[in-house]
Structures are given as structure tokens and as C-alpha cells.
Design a protein around this ligand. Structure first.
Ligand code: BGC
Length: 883
């Protein structure tokens, strides 16, 4: 029922369905082996019940061998991260939980949710039952890549098994097998951390792999970040120089007793068929070695020629489970085309720039050496290897000659779309089926979508997602291909809000921010190093704005996205320490003018070889961010209930704001430095003295943009803010003109140049098809994709209006030639969506709002909002015309 003739007409679809679609613990996608003994519980709703609000909930918890359950009832509207209702769990204890929620008067209750299990891991060193890290008992060569090692141990279980768990980590990267079967589906485990602070171990349910009788466990360990080459200066052995494994297999028998198999001196070691495996350089595999280790993780294997092991020191960092998700293989991409290069090389194109490795199916004579070089782009029809700098990104396999073999590297990863194949055996044809690309990343849940009527923009959005996937690999990295791949803080800060929409990143960031804080404290400086984990481990921490500001900005963005007060409290000390003592100041309290700054890194006019020399003064950028970060600190203190602290930072903020004006605005209240970034930051961060000055600054910004033909003029610092500054000035059309621009520099220039990921530079690929030759050119960097935050909020029209999406602001603003858009976000409460269309009869909007939330809906060109509760609604403005 749509009533015409009225300016804004909401129409409600009335239904009563409400249910619980998911119950989770803390920020775990799967709660096996977690560290929290009182894990907070959340549930998400499904169904489009109208105006449904929770008034009470019940939790039923089942634990202990008797399987007794207790039900807890609570009058509360809270459905996100509610307290654990029972005594704390002990180490390795399992409990099952289900939830149901009751609505207000006359409103339905949900049925009980499914039962969901939670299980803690090993909580302290005693729980490891004497397991010690072990290494092969041979000499370690410090300056060479180390050959991955196999570790094994045979053991008996003489009774029926009730359950079995493997707790495991490596000094390096591991893959475990039990009785010839791979344990779990994680790859590159235990991932990358600041290992001197936090050393992740993983928990696997291996009940189905252990049997009553003879058994064996085997673990392959490769270098990874811990031992291998990482960081600048060819550093290797950053955390340790010896490959090692630490594991405890706990088998619980039907009679309640248990068998424990732990790493100790009774294990044995040997060399793996993998000859070398290096994060940057790739993996070399000799399948002829397989014959000698065939069945090495089965009990009948003869290991009499294996060498003994030695004990290593315990890991320096705390052994702790992941807060977020492990890295997994998430997709398989088929080869699209086989090409011959100008120099007659065989190239395979996967049609998508991605992060992962190849799955190879091959057959050929023994000793044939097939090599695969990986690259992101072709120049003049050949692999462009220059942008990789010293990273070799090449894998090779020596064939065993005994028929068809399938192979994947295991302890490396590559950023690539193209592969050059050398040495492929003449006996078999290389076909599109011979190679598949395996995509890997931290396996976060996808939560955000956006589609519009503009195909170029859709491709851009897909590129943003691909660059996020490729760079959310245990830590937020800058790039996945060259000899860098580091956890650059500025990139993470710029992209955070976009990431938090596209995927559920809460656990991912929570773990990384533990390392941020430890790195800040490491040398007492309270300065976040430029990349985290820092390599070398004692590397200097240089204070720089935007990058260091990740300690303030990211926790606040996380709180807006996930509404987790405990996490905000956990991260507040790092925010406060950075503002209080980390930042070097001048007498005015602003940034010390002799401090180094990355500034508005990589604005399009910065010299290719000097990306920090952007058009906006770097200390202007630094000061603008400082004022805003101080304001955030005040808001965060207030949120955490510390009014005094909040007042303190509020008054600092007011002073700094004035100092900013005195330092950077001239007597007419304008910047001498007339740039997009200067105005965007000052408008977004509310740095002008009066609303009038702000409005006139807005006109100046619009002129700067028009004079620049609607081309981008911002770098890392200005890009995330520019669109919002224009929206706040009611100048969204100007930003649409920029967003839909396809000339360089612009977001869609990359798309028309066939990009399938977002680039580091506005012109990583130059209009003539050659790569920007600056020594720093990645085709998979997420920072400029930060504009997708604006796309989600303004085109999709979805944004949180209260922390964690308890309140939702739905306010799409059409523009450019876009005639329709559709956005969906899986919020902590359930799915929120919007779909709009501009037609001959005006503007149509359909929204759906999840149970237990409320939303304000604002139509374009309207000053009024309609507040609605949960449910599905249609709005129609017959007077709306496209501009
Ligand atoms: C990285 C960046 C980073 C920058 C700062 C580059 O090498 O790739 O994205 O933020 O350095 O210097």
C-alpha cells in the first residue's frame, strides 16, 4: 500500500516473526579453545517482527559430566555481549548455551535458539602438562633459509575414545597430521603476532582422527614470520633462529581417564620434502623426497633413521588463543586464460588479483623442475616483477615421476593475478584445469554488501573487498606481494571503518590491538611503532600522526561498530598514553615542528619518490588529527563513565582547537594551504571557529575541487574524510562527481585500467600501461579504498546511530547517474538493509530494521526523519527528481 500525493509516505509490512539466528561468545566465530572463562554471550535476531524490542532474556547453560542445566532469566533489553551467568569455566571445560528472548507487552517471544558450545583452552603454563617446545637436534644455520622439519611421535590408546583435543603452536608455522590425516583446515598457523608479547596456540577437535589402538601424530614446521625473512634489511631470525613445535594432545577416554601426548624429548625429527619456504620468496618442494617419508604421520612408519629432538626455551610471549579467526582457504579461482608472452614465456591469467597460492595438478618425468613466478600485472605482455622489489614470489616443484600429483605450497603466500610457468613437462599439456588459485585470509564473517546501478562503482567496491581480504591476513598489512607486507598502522587507521562494515573484524582487531599496546610499552615510549608487529623486535618507535593515531581512532571506530564497552576499556590505556605522553609537542601543545610526519601520504601531487611531500603541510595534517583524537579521547572517557577525565580532554581539545586556528588559519579565517585535505579535515573535525567560517570554508573546498576538474587531491589522511566533509555541507553532488570520475587521479581510474583490487598509488599503473616506477608500487593496498565507508553510509544509506548499531541511521543520498542501490549489513542485532530507486514517479526506499533496534529514516532532500522500530518499511517521495 503506497499512498501517493504525500511528500513522504512510509508503509509498514506487519508480521510477527522473530527468532534467534545465532548465539556467539565474545568475538569468536567458533568458540573452541578460547581464553575467556566468563565469555560474554550475544545473540542475533532474524525475522521482521514489527517494533519488536526485547524486554527480557533467558539463558540455559548446560555443563559438567552430569549434563545438568540451569536457566537464568534477566529483565534486560541487552542482547549483545551480556554477562556470563555462571561461575567461570575452568581450563578445557565445555558448556552448551542456548538463549531465548521475550518481547514487550503483547509481543512474541523467540523460540529457544539452537544449543551452541563454548570450550576454553589451556589457561596457564601448568595446563600444558609439561609439554615443551622441541626442535630437531642439529645445527641451525642462521643465515640461510631453514628447511622445514617434520616432527613425529607414535602412541597407543588402549580404550575407547570419548573426545580428543590438540593444542598446538610453532616457533615458525605448522601443519599437523594424525594417522595420516590433516588436522583442521587452518593455514599459516599460528599466524603472525608480536610474538614476544603474544604467541597464539590453536585448539582442534581431533576426536575423529585418534583411534583405539596404535596412533601417530606428525607436525611439519616451516619458517614463517617467526624464523624467516621479514621486514626491511633482509632480516631473518627475528623472533628465533630455530624451527620448533609445542603441542599437547589430550585424549579423553570413555571411562573418564585421559591419555596425553606432549612434545618432549621422545619425539623424532626429519627433513620435509619442502626444501625451503619463505614468506616473501616462495617455496621449493622436492616430491622425490616423499617416498622416504611416505606415511610419516601413521603409526606403522619406520622412523629408525630419524634424528632426535632437543628442548627449546619456552616462547617469550604469553601462550594465548586467537581473539579472531585463523587464516583459511576461502575460495578457489579457476584460471581464465593461458598466454604466451613476447619472449615466449607461458603465462596464466586468473582474471583476479588475489592473495594465496596455486593448487597444481601435474604429471611428468622424475626430476622435472617446474617453477611458478607470481605477479600482479603484466607490462608489455611480461610479468611485472619490479614492484615486488626483492621478494621472489616463486614456487617450484620437482616431480617424482610416479603419475599425477597435486601440490600446493604451505608456508608462503603471494599477491598475484598472473603466473609464469617455466619447465612444465612436455609430456602433459598445461590446461586451464592444471592450475587453480587458492585464496587465503583471516576467515572473518562477511557482514556488509553494496550494489548500485553503476557497474564501474560495483567493480570498485568488489576491488575494495578483494584488497581487504588480501591484507587481513592475521595482521592488517599494507600489501601482500613485495618485500614488505607489514602491519602499517596508518593504513589500518584509514581503512578501519570500511573494514568494520565489510566483515566482522572485532576479534581480528582485538588481538592486533593487544600487540599495539605491548609495542607501545616495549621501550617505555608510549609510541605505536609505524608497523605492528615491529621488526626488528627492538626497532625504534617514531611518533607520527595518523599512523600513531590508530591507538585512538581505531578503538573508537570499533566501539561504534561493535558496541563492546569492555574492549573500549581494554584499549583506552593505549589511546590515553599516546595522547598524554607519546606525542612530541610544541609550546602550543600541537605537534613538535621538527617531528617526522608521513602527512597526507601519497596525495596525487606528491613526488613519486617522496610520497610524504604532499601538497598539504604535514604538520597541518598532524595537528588536525591531534585535535580530533583528543576529542575522541574525551568522548571515550565519558562513555566509560569517567567524567573528570572526559572534562580534562574536552578542555585540552578546546585549547588545541584554538591553537590550531592560530597556527594554520590566516586573518580571514582561511588556510594559506588551499588543499582538499586541509579543508576536508578542518570541516570534518569541526576546526573552524564559527559555523559561518565553516560554511565559507565549504565553498572554498568546492571551488578547489571544481578547479581541479573533480579529480582527487587527497592522500591517506584526507581520503577517508573528504566525502563526509562534503556531505556535511550538503554538497554530496560534488563528491559524486569525484567518485564517478574516471580520469587519473580518481577511484574509478583504477577500474577503467582493469584493476581487480585497489592500488597503493592513484597511478600505480600509468595511463600508458607501465607501472609507476617509484620503487613503491603495489596493486593491492587498501588505504584509498577507505572511501567505501562513505559509499556504505551515503549511497547504501546505512550507518550506526548508536554504538553497535543499537540505533541505525538510514539516510541514502542519491547522486551522479546512480538510479538505484542496495545495501545490506549483518549488525550485532541482525540484518539491516536498504534498497532505493529513483523512478519517474519519484524516490522509492525499502528498508528492513532488525529486532531490538530502532532506526531513523531520512529521505533525500528532507530535513525530517521518521523513527521506526524493527520491521520492513517502504517509503515514497513522489516529488523527488534526479538532479
Ligand atoms: C607502505 C604504506 C605505509 C607507508 C608509510 C609504505 O611502504 O606500503 O602503506 O603506510 O610505507 O611509510
Amino acid at each position: 500500500m503506497i499512498m501517493a500525493g504525500q511528500k513522504v509516505t512510509p508503509c509498514k509490512h506487519v508480521t510477527m516473526a522473530v527468532s534467534i539466528s545465532q548465539v556467539t561468545f565474545e568475538h569468536h566465530r567458533q568458540a573452541l579453545g578460547i581464553a575467556e572463562t566468563k565469555p560474554r554471550i550475544s545473540w542475533r535476531f532474524a525475522g521482521n517482527a514489527s517494533e519488536w524490542e526485547q524486554s527480557a532474556y533467558e539463558l540455559e547453560v548446560r555443563r559438567g559430566s552430569d549434563g545438568d542445566s540451569h536457566t537464568y532469566s534477566q529483565d534486560s533489553p541487552e542482547s549483545v555481549l551480556v554477562p556470563w551467568p555462571e561461575d567461570p569455566l575452568s581450563a578445557t571445560e565445555q558448556a552448551s548455551v542456548r538463549a531465548r528472548a521475550h518481547g514487550g507487552a503483547d509481543q512474541a517471544s523467540t523460540p529457544w535458539s539452537d544449543w551452541v558450545t563454548v570450550e576454553t583452552g589451556l589457561l596457564g603454563s601448568d595446563d600444558w602438562s609439561g609439554a615443551v617446545p622441541i626442535a630437531a637436534d642439529n645445527e641451525t644455520e642462521r643465515d640461510k633459509p631453514k628447511r622445514p622439519t617434520l616432527f613425529r611421535k607414535a602412541f597407543d590408546v588402549e580404550s575407547e575414545i570419548a573426545s580428543a583435543r590438540l593444542y598446538i603452536t610453532a616457533l615458525g608455522l605448522y601443519e599437523a597430521e594424525i594417522n595420516g590425516n590433516r588436522v583442521g583446515d587452518q593455514v599459516l598457523s599460528p599466524g603472525w603476532q608480536s610474538y614476544n608479547n603474544r604467541h597464539v596456540y590453536d585448539t582442534y577437535d581431533v576426536t575423529d582422527l585418534v583411534k583405539d589402538g596404535d596412533n601417530a601424530i606428525g607436525v611439519t614446521v616451516g619458517e614463517g614470520w617467526y624464523v624467516g625473512r621479514i621486514g626491511f634489511d633482509y632480516s631473518r631470525n627475528v623472533w628465533g633462529d630455530t624451527l620448533g613445535v609445542l603441542a599437547l594432545l589430550k585424549v579423553t577416554l570413555q571411562d573418564g581417564s585421559s591419555v596425553q601426548v606432549k612434545t618432549d624429548l621422545s619425539w623424532q625429527a626429519s627433513s620435509s620434502p619442502i626444501l625451503t619456504s619463505d614468506i616473501y620468496d616462495g617455496e621449493q618442494y622436492d616430491s622425490r623426497v616423499e617416498a622416504g617419508v611416505d606415511g610419516w604421520s601413521t603409526p606403522s612408519f619406520d622412523a629408525s633413521d630419524w634424528i632426535s629432538v632437543k628442548e627449546l626455551d619456552p616462547p617469550k610471549g604469553e601462550l594465548i588463543p586467537l581473539d579472531g579467526e585463523p587464516i583459511r582457504k576461502t575460495e578457489e579461482i579457476s584460471a581464465k586464460e593461458i598466454l604466451k608472452s613476447a619472449s615466449n614465456k607461458t603465462l596464466v591469467d586468473f582474471g583476479q588479483n588475489l592473495v594465496g597460492w596455486l593448487h597444481v595438478t601435474v604429471e611428468g618425468p622424475a626430476g622435472t623442475n617446474v617453477t611458478f613466478h607470481h605477479a600482479e600485472v603484466l607490462v608489455d605482455g611480461e610479468l611485472a616483477l619490479g614492484p615486488l622489489r626483492t621478494a621472489r614470489q616463486a614456487d617450484s616443484i620437482i616431480l617424482h615421476g610416479n603419475g599425477v600429483q597435486s601440490w600446493e605450497p604451505r608456508f608462503t603466500y603471494h599477491g598475484f593475478r598472473f603466473v609464469q610457468v617455466d619447465g612444465w613437462p612436455e609430456e602433459t599439456e598445461l590446461t586451464l584445469d592444471s592450475l587453480k588459485a587458492i585464496v587465503v585470509h583471516s576467515d572473518m564473517e562477511q557482514t556488509g554488501w553494496l550494489e548500485t546501478s553503476n557497474e564501474l562503482l560495483n567493480q570498485f567496491h568488489a576491488n575494495v573487498r578483494w584488497s581487504m581480504k588480501g591484507n587481513f591476513l592475521s595482521v592488517p598489512t599494507d600489501c601482500p606481494q613485495r618485500d614488505e607486507r607489514l602491519g602499517w598502522t596508518g593504513d589500518a587507521h584509514a581503512f578501519g571503518p570500511t573494514a568494520n562494515y565489510l566483515y566482522n573484524t572485532a576479534g581480528f582487531w582485538r588481538g592486533w590491538h593487544r600487540d599495539v599496546w605491548s609495542e607501545m610499552q616495549r621501550n617505555g615510549s608510549m609510541i605505536p611503532p609505524e608497523y605492528i608487529p615491529m621488526v626488528p623486535t627492538d626497532g625504534a618507535s617514531n611518533p607520527t600522526a595518523v599512523w600513531g593515531d590508530v591507538a585512538v581512532g581505531n578503538p573508537w571506530n570499533l566501539y561504534q561498530a561493535f558496541g563492546d564497552l569492555v574492549m573500549l576499556e581494554e584499549q583506552y590505556p593505549q589511546a590515553q598514553a599516546w595522547i598524554d605522553t607519546g606525542i612530541p609537542r610544541n609550546d602550543a601543545g600541537l605537534w613538535n615542528r621538527s617531528s617526522f610526519q608521513f602527512g597526507d601520504w601519497l596525495d596525487p601531487k606528491s613526488p613519486p619518490a617522496d610520497p610524504g611531500q604532499a601538497t598539504t603541510a604535514s604538520h597541518l595534517v598532524a595537528d588536525a588529527y591531534l585535535v580530533r583524537m583528543t576529542q575522541i579521547l574525551s568522548e571515550a572517557a565519558l562513555t566509560l563513565g569517567d567524567d573528570t577525565l572526559s572534562e580534562k580532554y574536552l578542555s585540552q581539545h578546546a585549547d588545541l582547537r584554538t591553537q590550531f586556528q592560530d597556527s594554520w588559519l590566516n586573518s580571514t579565517g582561511e588556510f594559506e594551504n588551499r588543499t582538499q585535505t586541509a579543508y576536508a579535515l578542518a570541516i570534518s573535525f569541526n576546526l573552524f571557529p564559527t559555523p559561518e567560517k565553516r560554511a565559507s570554508a565549504g565553498e572554498i573546498l568546492r571551488t578547489i575541487i571544481a578547479d581541479n576538474d573533480y579529480l582527487v587531491g587527497t592522500g591517506f589522511a584526507g581520503t577517508p574524510q573528504l566525502g563526509f566533509a562534503l556531505r556535511d555541507l550538503n554538497a554530496t553532488d560534488d563528491f559524486y562527481a569525484m567518485l564517478l570520475q574516471t580520469k587519473v587521479p580518481s577511484w574509478l581510474y583504477q577500474v577503467v585500467m582493469n584493476a581487480t583490487t585497489t592500488w597503493e598509488r592513484w597511478d600505480s599503473l600509468l595511463p600508458d600501461g607501465t607501472t609507476n616506477d617509484s620503487g613503491m608500487t603495489s596493486f593491492n593496498h587498501y588505504a584509498f579504498g577507505a572511501v567505501a565507508d562513505w559509499m556504505h553510509q551515503v549511497i547504501g544509506g546505512l550507518a550506526p546511530a548508536a554504538p553497535g548499531w543499537k540505533k541505525i541511521a538510514i539516510a541514502p543520498i542519491p547522486g551522479g547517474d546512480i538510479t538505484s542501490a542496495e545495501a545490506k549489513f549483518v549488525s550485532p542485532y541482525g540484518e539491516v538493509s536498504s534498497r532505493w530507486e529513483v523512478a519517474d514517479d519519484g524516490f522509492h526506499l525499502e528498508v528492513s530494521v532488525p529486532p531490538n533496534t530502532r532506526a531513523t529514516v531520512t529521505l533525500p532532500n528532507s530535513d525530517e526523519s521518521t523513527e521506526v522500530g524493527s520491521g520492513s518499511y517502504e517509503f515514497h517521495d513522489p516529488d523527488y527528481k534526479m538532479s
